[in-house]
Design a protein around this ligand. Structure first.
Ligand code: AGP
Length: 606
């Protein structure tokens, strides 16, 4: 999730753009860059301040484009920083998203003599426009032709030195808003950098392309049909705009789950062959085929992602798996050899305990792998190979979208390793089709957010919560409890539902509700008998159940429904209502949900 910003008007574009990038900084801080036709391009590794330090005095322009990078393709280097241009240096582009077919486009353009400066997918766009400008002198038309060749997700802005006052924005799967001021126009990833100039905006829909000059704007579809969009006046302040109108980043990130799953899957499913294509593992595919044991290491939410991954990998890929807390692993003197793989799961890629576990694995000759969200992070660099899960930057300390993305990555890894072993194409195809259906199913759950808010308010006085789950939803129970603990500071614990009668049941009474994760899966009947044991002690039950299961109402005081899916993917759905419940519970207490006390987003100390 990068940040794009563009301006055309009469103000000093250099100042307007740098100012705007500052409010987009939460979207990415791997590198920053700006271009004006008058003063050219300046790029810097790291955050906006590094760029500001490099801007020469007198840097000027009346139009320009700018970018903040959250790396997906190509390491966070200055070469890979945006804006990128074509061979002539006339066509410039900034982009947020992933161009899936960039490799084949790049190969075709190189055959036509184009030379590329970066390893990014984005640079292919400016060269494509350059190619079309050879037969179509009108920049707008050439841009639309180029955009039609792209597959994947994008929020982008294009600019052409020979038509300097025109900026062209386009959206497919990544947010783009245009701003319409007095004699000036803007394009941005969200409204926050625009609001200090104008409150008149148009949020582009997927497939729309906007051509803007200081005194005009036109919106087209990809087949060049004009679209009449009525601008709206927005009242949000800048902070709200950064959160797309949500009160907290955590809520924004929970609501991003459908798009995040699409991004994690993007270009990685070969449905017909029931296979997953994971470029980051291709180079070690042979070693992975020979692996006899997989040890997953992680901390907090990442550990629970690993615990769920264990169930997927053992049942569907037939590979023995152990899951370890990063903080325990290195001090436990684990027995490792070259037939063992150590897989680190981490959002930040900087968690010290997990990093040390990777180093311990390396010391003992194991192959080290990663499921990592932050591109170019230490763990990503120190592991032998891995999968970037593309959840985008996660600002809220409580991990939400990153977990949903990690679980999706585990399903892809299960297909990858399973198809190397006993998984059939039919089985792989079933998983692939179920994965592709997840984003809409998550959207259906998110539509229940108001009902879940009511539920959180109903139980707001409770001080103790038990979370119960079995099999694929065993770890989800612990994750649900962690979410509630870390943002609302109440006592909550996860427990295997079958484990209750071995002790924790003693705590249960009418003031101690249990959230029972009971989708209609292979252990549903077991869950029901465990729920009845709690009910017999007057313990209130909030169930997470599969849509259409009316019978559960007999055993539960309240029910949060999730759509049906294959058993191994139920955790990706069942965790969503738990994230919403925890969020609304903490919000009801008026707590700082995004910056809970005593915690940090990335724990870089042991
Ligand atoms: C989760 O909400 C917490 N922020 C925390 O438990 C986190 O999952 C843990 O610190 C691991 O972080 P990582 O994924 O960045 O390695």
């Amino acid at each position: 999730m990068c940040g794009i910003f563009a301006y055309t008007g009469s103000k000093n574009a250099g100042e307007v753009l740098l100012d705007g990038l500052t409010s987009l900084e939460y979207r990415g801080y791997d590198s920053a860059g700006v271009f004006t036709p008058e003063s050219g391009v300046v790029k810097a590794k790291g955050a906006v301040n590094n760029l500001k330090r490099k801007i020469p005095s007198g840097y000027y322009g009346t139009s320009g484009i700018a970018h903040l990078r959250w790396a997906t393709h190509g390491e966070p280097t200055e070469e890979n920083a945006h804006p990128h241009c074509d061979c002539s240096g006339d066509v410039w582009v900034v982009h947020n998203g992933i161009i899936e077919n960039f490799k084949e486009l790049k190969d075709a353009l190189m055959k036509k003599g184009h030379s590329f400066q970066s390893a990014t997918d984005t640079e292919v766009i400016s060269h494509l426009v350059e190619e079309h400008l050879k037969s179509e002198t009108n920049f707008e038309k050439a841009a639309i032709k180029a955009i039609n060749e792209l597959r994947g997700a994008y929020g982008m802005v294009l600019q052409y030195k020979k038509d300097p006052s025109r900026i062209i924005g386009a959206r497919l799967g990544a947010p783009v808003v245009i701003g319409l001021g007095e004699g000036e126009g803007f394009v941005a990833s969200d409204a926050s950098p625009i609001l200090r100039h104008t409150r008149t905006v148009v949020f582009l829909n997927d497939g729309e392309i906007a051509s803007i000059t200081p005194h005009s704007h036109e919106i087209f579809t990809r087949d060049s049909k004009k679209v009449d969009r009525t601008p709206e006046e927005i009242e949000w302040d800048e902070a709200i705009a950064q959160r797309d109108g949500y009160e907290h980043f955590m809520m924004k990130e929970i609501m991003e789950a459908p798009e995040v799953v699409r991004n994690t899957l993007r270009g990685r499913l070969i449905v017909e062959e029931g296979r997953a294509k994971l470029g980051g593992l291709e180079q070690v595919a042979d070693e992975l085929q020979a692996v006899k044991r997989l040890i997953i290491v992680g901390c907090g939410t990442a550990y629970y992602a690993g615990l769920t991954g264990e169930y997927m990998l053992e049942e569907h890929a037939g590979i023995p798996v152990e899951v370890e807390l990063g903080s325990e692993f290195r001090y436990r003197s684990p027995i490792l050899d070259e037939k063992t793989a150590v897989l680190a799961v981490t959002q930040s890629g900087e968690t010290a305990d997990t990093l040390e576990a990777v180093r311990e694995g390396k010391r003992k000759g194991a192959i080290t792998l990663g499921i990592v969200n932050t591109v170019g992070s230490t763990i990503a660099r120190e592991t032998d190979a891995g999968v970037y899960n593309h959840a985008g930057p996660e600002i809220g300390v409580a991990s939400t979208k990153a977990l949903v993305s990690q679980l999706t990555a585990f399903a892809l890894l299960t297909m990858f390793l399973g198809r190397q072993r006993s998984m059939t194409a039919t089985e792989g195809k079933e998983i692939a089709e179920a994965l592709q259906a997840l984003p809409e199913k998550i959207e259906k759950i998110l539509e229940q957010k108001d009902a879940i808010e009511k539920l959180a308010k109903k139980y707001a006085k409770c001080r103790d919560f038990m979370y119960l789950g079995r099999k694929y939803n065993y770890a989800v129970a612990f994750e649900g409890a962690l979410k509630l603990k870390e943002i609302s500071y109440v006592h909550a614990e996860g427990c295997g539902a079958g484990e209750m009668k071995h002790g924790p049941l003693a705590m249960i009474d009418e003031n101690f509700p249990s959230i029972a994760i009971a989708p209609s899966d292979s252990v549903y009947d077991k869950m029901i008998s465990n729920i009845q044991v709690v009910r017999a002690r007057k313990g209130p039950i909030i169930a997470v159940a599969t849509e259409g299961n009316e019978g559960i109402k007999e055993y539960a005081d309240d029910v949060m429904y999730i759509p049906d899916t294959i058993e191994m993917l139920t955790p990706i759905l069942s965790v969503i209502p738990l994230q919403l419940f925890a969020y609304y519970f903490a919000k009801e207490k008026g707590l700082n949900v995004d910056r809970p006390r005593n915690l940090a987003k990335s724990v870089t100390v042991e």
